[in-house]
Design a protein around this ligand. Sequence first.
Ligand code: AMP
Length: 170
Amino acid sequence: MNIQSYIRDIPDFPKKGILFKDITPLLGDKKALVYTVDALFELIDGQHIDKVVGTEARGFFFGMLLAQKLDAGFVPVRKPGKLPYHTFGASYELEYGTDRLEMHQDAVHKGERVLIHDDVLATGGTAKAVCELVEQAGGVVVQCNFLIELSFLNGREKLTGYEAKSLLKY
Ligand code: AMP
């Protein structure tokens, strides 16, 4: 199945110069959805996973479905101030300035094996920050798993030392 045809390019969104990869057509097609979850699951190659950590907001969609398929729990990583309990935080660089992500302190336990999932790997700052959050909690990052990799942004370099896998490369 050609799932690339279910991903819509939106030029200059959310700001000028960004070619946004819109995955909503893929989410809306039941066959493409099942195919994609299965293909993302294959990337994990049978490794044992205790928790899937998904990044707000588009990392939640396939992150949850993968957790169910892996018989694992799901952990949301969110923007600052959204999670109600005690959190760990990690900051990362943006093109202009910095941003921050948070995860509940009790969401991942020491030694748990974690799959990190997000829809897009771009510059890699987000995924690196999520790796830091998991490690603050004492978790082990087994794989960083993406639907789409924007290879020309070299995000993979920021994830040196981690296994990074993606389904579609641009
Ligand atoms: P980065 O930290 O640069 O790797 O950016 C990854 C995060 O930003 C992911 O959570 C993506 O959802 C989002 N993102 C970055 N670039 C794009 C893009 N071209 N289309 C859709 N989402 C993007």
